[in-house]
Structure formats: C-alpha cells, structure tokens
Design a protein around this ligand. Structure first.
Ligand code: M6R
Length: 592
C-alpha cells in the first residue's frame, strides 16, 4: 500500500513526473497525497487530503526543480489528514514511506526524551526524526540511513531528500517494493515499474536491506555490510496500453469485458504446445501434498484450485489465508509443494509465507499476474496468469485467470481432457453475460441491509468471491456460507425478505444445496438462484433466477462468476459508489 515516486534530472520535468507517477500509483492508496522538492537549497512540501487531483490544486505556479519525491497514502497510523500525509519532515530531511515501522512507539518515546516534538500520528514521522537524530551526530547521510535501518523493525520503502544534497534522492528498502528507473541523465524512484513506464522501461530492483543514493547520472546501492552492490539493469516488457479505460466508465467494467480474451489467450498458450507450457513448472508427480496460500480473491481462486488439483491430480490440497498460514505450525515435507497465488505479486502476507516455506526447504510455485514482482522473483517456479495490467481495486480478470491457471495445471499433469469446442463455447457464454444486466435484482438488492450467498464445494468458493466483490465495491453487508452450515447458526438471521443468492452448478451435490435453499425459502428468504442449465428444473418458488448456459463442468466456475461480478458492478453503480477505488482499500496490500 502507499505509492512512492521520485525523480532527479531535468528542471522542467520534475513536476509532471511526480504528478503523473502519483496518478499511476493511486491504486496503491488514495487517502492523501503529497510531494517534496527543492526550491533552491530548501525543501518545499505540498500535501493534501484525498486523491491526487486534490494535490494538483495546491500547485499555484509551475515547479522548476531537478529533484523531488511524492507519495499517495493508504493510512496505517493515524487518520487520513493533511498532518498525517507524507512527506514527513524533521531537520534537513523530508521522507516518504510505504510500510509499517513496528517499533515506532518505542522509538518515539526515546526521541521525545531527546527533545523531538511530533506533529503527526504516523510511524513515518518517527523514522525521519530518527534519521535526523543520527545525522546531527555523524553528518553523513548514507551512514545515517544505515544506522536508521539497523534500528527500525518492520517494513519500509523510503525515498528521502536532504537539504545538504539537493541533487540526490536517498532510498532504503525492507519488505516493501522499490525500484529505480534508469533514464538518460535522469533517474526515477518508484513503488513499481508501471508508475514510470511512460518515461523509461529500464529499471533496477532494490532488494531487502539495501539502501543508497540516486543521482541523475548514477545509482549507488549498498548492503548492510556497507559494501556497494552492483545492480543489473532490467527491461520491462509490458506496455501501458492496458492501463487505459478505453472509453469504459470504469476500469472494473473494462477489465470484466477483457475476461473472455484473457482466457482465450491463456488456453491458446497452453494448447499451442502443452509440453512447452509445463516445461518451467514443477513435476507434480513428485508431490504428495500441496498447500495453496493466498489472500482475498486469490484465496477464493485457490479454493477452486483445490477442487481441480484434488479431483484430477489426486493430490490432497490445503488452502490457507496467508495472514493465518504465516503464524500457524508449518509441517515441512520434501514432497510438499506450496503454491502462492497473487495478482500483484507484492501482497505482504503472501510474500512472507513464500519466504517462510523456502526457509523450510519446500518447493514453491507462484501463480502471479505482475511480471517481475517480488513473489514471482523469489519463488522456485512461476506461472504467469498474463491477464494484463489490472487497475480496478476489485479484481475480476486476474481472478478468473488464476482459476484458469489451476485448471491448466490439472489438464497438463493428468489425463483429463478438454475439447477446443468447449473453450470456444465458454467464450460465447462469457460474452453473452457481459451484455446482460439484471435490473430487477439490482433494485431488490441495492437497499438490502444484508445479503447471504450460499453454495457447496466449488459453488461455495464462487459464493465467497461473489460476496467479497459485492461488499468491496457496493459497501453492502454480505457474507457467504457453505449451504449445509446455515442450520448451525446463521439461519436464525433469515427473515421475511432476506436476500439469499444461491449458487448451484455442481451436479454431484445440487440436490443437497436445493434442500438448503428450500429451508431458507421456508423462512421467508428472497431467493436468487444461480443455476446451470443442466440442473435447471421448474424452480418456480424462487424469486429470481440466473441460468448459466451449458458449459463443460471443468469450465463452469469460469462462466458462473461473470454474472455475479456484473451484478456487484451494477449495484455499486446504482448506489453511486467509487467503483475503481472503493473506500479504505488499495490494490496492492504491501503491509501486514
Ligand atoms: O495481489 P493479490 O492477488 O495478492 O491480492 C490479494 C487480495 O488483496 C485481493 O485479491 C483483494 O481481495 C481484491 N481487492 C478483491 O477484489
């Protein structure tokens, strides 16, 4: 969370690089934004509550400076106010931060005893005050940053300005992403490459516990032995094309519209040459157990992945939330594979799990969308979902690509077969769903005080994802339950008119779910049935019905989620919500 940008180079470019970079990074957080730059020797700071465009209104005359840093915030310590917004300043330093300083309270107390006064509630201000404290003693910027890193606990990516060196940006990193973009007599600092892709595709990755100095004509990076490390300049192969709305009202809508083609491309890349496709993957035959670890929607994709891998590879799979997995007992086995699923490849909890299981010597496979992200770089094996750049906070096309990736693994390593015709049919079904709107259901649900989703097995996993999508962007209280679990407590919440969205596509357990639906109907629920055409009988007693046309069983989850994503979108639209940047959220969750 939080986006960091920095630029050192040409006087007439700093303002545009900082402001464009912040706009590109806004998906990482949008509570407040700020910039710091040199006005001759002095640091000037502008910060504002709210989104980046509110910051632009503070710039009264063009900023002419060679060097500056910027930040868009997702609040961790203290409310989203101007005082808590970054950059933070003490003494000669201004600093922006992505991460959490875990020992900030202890450090703050000590610094207060030394006479420091704090104006904000943030952990970041403590870091810049401590940096200033070291600098007052040793008058050496790099040494002070090194001392700072030795004292800080937690995660951070810092970009720092110091009034004693107005031609440089200083940086430090631990556990939060940070790259340096390389230009011609100009350099960039950013949380990710796409933030600066319109300027350069050449970049350097800063690793954990590295720090350094970025000048317009060079970069010097050091490790905690205080030795300079040589860094490879990489080239980013992606483009910014998919980062445009292309006439759609929202990125989420545009990204849903891309889903059929994302899947088509994924299946084509597999079918072209299945052996080549699986060449870089681990040999699944050698594993007796699989753990799938992920957060949010990626976790829901993992739940469907479990069904594919267990049913078709016959390997037992446990699916865990990364935030829980990292603190539970790890049962290390050489014949266990751990699969980490992440769109961004930067999610702090998932990344921590990856490092943890690698310390135990277990094999790891990352299913990741963002090329070159931390999780992709660190895992032993990577399967890219190739869904393209996803901007909307609510994931749609990346989620569906994660589900499809699990299916492709099942196909590649088992005798299960899928006909090309089935995939073509899925494409048509998806396209049809993307044209459909369910205005009656939207009206019915928009004012509901709570909504229940139910299903069993794969349908339960879909119910969970649909419920998350709805609450994330429409702020409606909803929850998903395993259909058989209701009568163990939750059914007491069902009253006359309570909306229950029931997903029934798995023929093996359809009857059981139908019985559960009848139970809630008998208690007054307003039932919206999502049912596959094969199972659709005369369910006249349901209040609403969405029928999923005939699709191969293997592909069914890839069809069923579409109308549910669209429903969430339409409800959020009807309620006037900020669909692409919902309240309190960020696209990339880089703090624990
Ligand atoms: O980047 P990741 O896939 O690791 O992100 C995991 C979750 O934060 C993410 O799926 C989140 O739940 C989405 N905003 C849901 O739409």
């Amino acid at each position: 969370m939080c986006g960091i940008i920095g630029y050192v180079g040409k006087k007439d470019k700093t303002q545009s690089v900082l402001m464009d970079g912040l706009t590109n990074l806004e998906y990482r957080g949008y509570d407040s934004a700020g910039i710091a730059y040199f006005d001759s020797q002095n640091i000037e700071i502008l910060k504002q509550k709210g989104k980046v465009h509110t910051l632009s209104s503070l710039i009264e005359k063009p900023i002419s400076t060679c060097c500056g840093i910027g930040h868009t915030r997702w609040a961790t310590h203290g409310k989203p106010t101007i005082l808590n917004a970054h950059p933070h300043q003490h003494g000669k330093f201004a600093l922006v931060h992505n991460g959490i300083i875990e020992n900030a309270d202890v450090l703050k107390t000590k610094l207060s005893e030394e006479g420091y006064q704090f104006y904000s509630d943030t952990d970041t201000e403590v870091a810049v005050a401590l940096l200033d404290c070291f600098y007052q003693r040793n008058h050496d910027i790099l040494l002070s940053i090194y001392e700072l890193m030795k004292r800080l606990e937690g995660s951070y990516a810092f970009a720092i300005l110091c009034e004693d060196d107005p031609d440089s940006i200083y940086i430090a990193k631990n556990e939060s992403p940070l790259i340096v973009g390389v230009g011609n007599l100009e350099m960039y600092v950013a949380s990710d490459v796409p933030a600066i892709l319109q300027e350069t595709s050449k970049y350097i990755i800063i690793e954990d516990m590295e720090y350094g100095k970025v000048e317009k004509d060079g970069v010097h990076i050091y490790n905690m032995e205080q030795e300079e490390v040589s860094k490879e300049i990489l080239t980013f192969e992606g483009t910014m094309d998919s980062a445009k709305k292309n006439g759609y009202a929202h990125f989420m809508l545009k990204e849903m519209m891309e889903e059929p083609d994302v899947l088509k491309n994924l299946f084509q890349s597999y079918w072209k040459d299945p052996d080549a496709w699986k060449k870089n993957l681990p040999d699944f035959e050698k594993y007796r157990e699989i753990d799938i670890v992920a957060c949010g929607s990626a976790y829901h994709a993992g739940m469907i992945g479990k069904c594919y891998l267990e049913n078709y590879l016959g390997i037992p799979v446990a699916v865990s939330l990364a935030s829980e997995y990292r603190y539970q007992s790890i049962f290390s086995r050489q014949d266990k594979l751990v699969i980490l699923v992440s769109q961004s490849g930067e999610t702090a909890d998932t990344l921590a799990c990856l490092k943890l299981v690698q310390d135990y010597g277990m094999d790891t496979l990352a299913i990741v969308n963002v090329v070159g992200s931390s999780i992709a770089r660190i895992a032993d094996y990577v399967l890219y979902t190739n869904a393209g750049y996803e901007i909307a906070v609510a994931t749609t096309k990346a989620y569906i690509a994660q589900v499809a990736s699990f299916l492709l693994i099942a196909l590649a390593f088992s005798k299960t077969h899928l006909e090309l015709e089935d995939v073509k049919n899925l494409y048509v079904v998806q396209k049809q769903f993307l044209e459909k709107h369910y205005s009656e259901i939207v009206n019915q649900l928009s004012d509901a005080s709570r909504i229940f989703f139910i299903g069993r097995q794969v349908d339960y996993a879909i119910a969970m994802e649909a419920s998350l999508k709805l609450k994330e962007i429409s702020y409606l209280m909803s929850d998903a339950y395993a259909a058989g679990e209701l009568k163990h407590g939750t059914i007491s919440l069902i009253q006359e008119g309570t909306p229950v969205i029931a997903v029934v596509t798995d023929p093996n357990i359809a009857e059981k779910t139908i019985s559960n639906i009848k139970e809630v109907k008998a208690r007054g629920a307003y039932v919206i049935l999502i049912i596959s055409s094969q199972l659709d009988e005369s369910f006249d007693w349901c209040d609403q019905k969405i029928v999923i046309p005939k699709v191969s069983t293997l592909l069914m989850p890839l069809a069923t989620i579409l109308p549910l994503q669209m429903l969430a979108y339409d409800i959020a639209l009807a309620k006037g919500c900020d669909i692409d940047q919902p309240r309190n959220l960020a696209k990339s969750v880089t703090v624990e």
